[in-house]
Design a protein around this ligand. Structure first.
Ligand code: ATR
Length: 277
């Protein structure tokens, strides 16, 4: 192993990150030699620590809460999807010494929904809960799949309206508060609030689920999140958490770094089996 093959995830807190395990499984599967560690890095430490990492030969970083906006500012160049998300979860050292910033979260979500779960987004009525960074990261990849309508509902209504307006598609995407959802129903509800992290649930009116509707929580845990339980309790056809998205966004980062795309299905199955054991 050489220094050139060093990767890491920075975040705070980072202790329970599954990323080192996932990238090691990818490396084993694809015959790549690399190291991938998890490093506790606060917002205050980010720029200095990331600069040292790359100066000392590190090849790529993942950045998670609360560093994605800082990583966006840190990158020399950004992909279009990172630019739209205003957040970066993947930094890659380029051959010319510049650092590319990308955001693989939205693409990871869409791959998990469409490829792993055969969920149709085209022509669907989709509700996104939350108007923070997680929500911002998934909007343009979801919009690209041509839903019929995309509603962003948020506790702070002005944030939902402002975020929806940024995408300049008022025919498809609108913002509102949770109480405005009364009387509406959706084919797919994506929970992009951080409520699950504190075992909370946004105040959702009943009747939100259309026939065969799907619930999907971007968060994941060792037990079903409050939102996943809400979906199950309201007879959603499927109520899923974000473990598949986590693996898919990692696979996309691995592809950016190594130019080889790992197969994800067996790894998602393995991680699911481990947490159910
Ligand atoms: P992240 O990067 O995880 O998206 P964030 O940018 O701080 O974090 O955004 C958190 C989102 O979760 C916001 O939309 C927040 O609502 P507000 O904008 O009104 O603060 C939402 N949120 C957090 N806890 C919530 C709760 N208990 N109920 C409903 N929404 C919640």
């Amino acid at each position: 192993m050489t220094l050139d093959d060093r990767y890491a995830v920075f975040g705070h807190p980072i202790k329970h990150s599954k990323s080192p395990r996932i990238h090691q499984l990818f490396a084993d599967q694809t015959g790549q030699t690399l190291s991938y560690t998890a490093q506790e890095v606060t917002a205050e430490q980010f720029t200095t620590t990331a600069t040292s990492f790359f100066t000392e030969g590190g090849k790529g970083l993942n950045c998670t809460v609360p560093l994605k906006e800082l990583a966006w500012a840190f990158a020399d160049n950004k992909t279009n999807r990172a630019q739209l998300a205003k957040a970066v979860n993947t930094l890659a050292m380029q051959a010319d010494g510049t650092i590319l910033g990308d955001n693989t979260d939205g693409c990871g979500l869409v791959t998990d929904l469409m490829t792993n779960h055969a969920i149709k987004l085209a022509g669907s009525n989709i509700l996104i809960l939350g108007a923070g960074g997680a929500s911002r990261g998934i909007i343009s990849p979801v919009l690209e799949q041509a839903p019929q309508a995309l509603v962003i509902a948020n506790r702070t209504v002005t944030k939902a309206i402002a975020l929806a307006a940024e995408f300049q598609r008022p025919d498809v995407i609108t913002g509102c508060g949770f109480s405005d959802l009364n009387g509406q129903s959706f084919d797919l509800i994506l929970n992009a609030t951080s409520a699950s992290l504190s075992d909370e649930l946004p105040p959702l009116p009943s009747g939100l689920l259309a026939k065969n509707a799907i619930c999907y929580d971007l968060a994941y845990g060792n037990k079903p999140t409050e939102f996943v339980q809400w979906g199950l309790g309201h007879n959603a056809a499927k109520s899923l958490d974000g473990l598949g998205m986590l693996v898919e966004q990692a696979a996309e980062a691995f592809y950016i770094w190594r130019g080889i795309r790992p197969k994800t299905a067996s790894i998602i199955d393995l991680l699911n089996a481990e947490r159910n054991a």
